[in-house]
Design a protein. Structure first.
Length: 121
């Protein structure tokens, strides 16, 4: 819901629809940063897939940097990339919570009984 709210604020800005407290692209980026931060706090990190957690962490830090840059520069392109990253974070975490992206133990089972075990460094 929070990422959807940030996306709606962005779409309203693109369509020049007035939103209370939002006057320019910098405000849209600030709203996205706040709503994305709250969504991150509300979402419990229950994802057990190590590679996915690393991917989400890198994507989150990148989104933070691009969001701050979009807020400072009020750039339409940076704002679009930032909102796209928020949506991508939401999609990946929702897929992981729904079980569409298997956990490490499930992905090992999917490789089949005849496969060699993975060597972890």
């Amino acid at each position: 819901m929070l990422v959807a709210a940030a996306t709606v604020v962005y779409i309203c800005n693109v369509l020049s629809v007035q939103v209370p407290l939002i006057s320019d692209r910098g405000d849209v980026a600030a709203a996205g940063l706040v709503l994305g931060f709250v969504a991150c706090i509300v979402d419990d990190w229950t994802i057990k897939h190590t590679a996915l957690v690393r991917t989400l962490s890198v994507l989150s830090v990148s989104a933070l940097g691009i969001g701050i840059a979009a807020m400072a520069a009020e750039s339409e392109i940076l704002l679009a990339v930032f909102v796209g990253m928020l949506v991508m974070l939401w999609v990946l975490s929702t897929m992981a919570h729904a079980g569409v992206i298997p956990t490490r133990s499930q992905s090992d089972r999917l490789r089949g009984p005849g496969s060699l075990p993975r060597v972890h460094p």
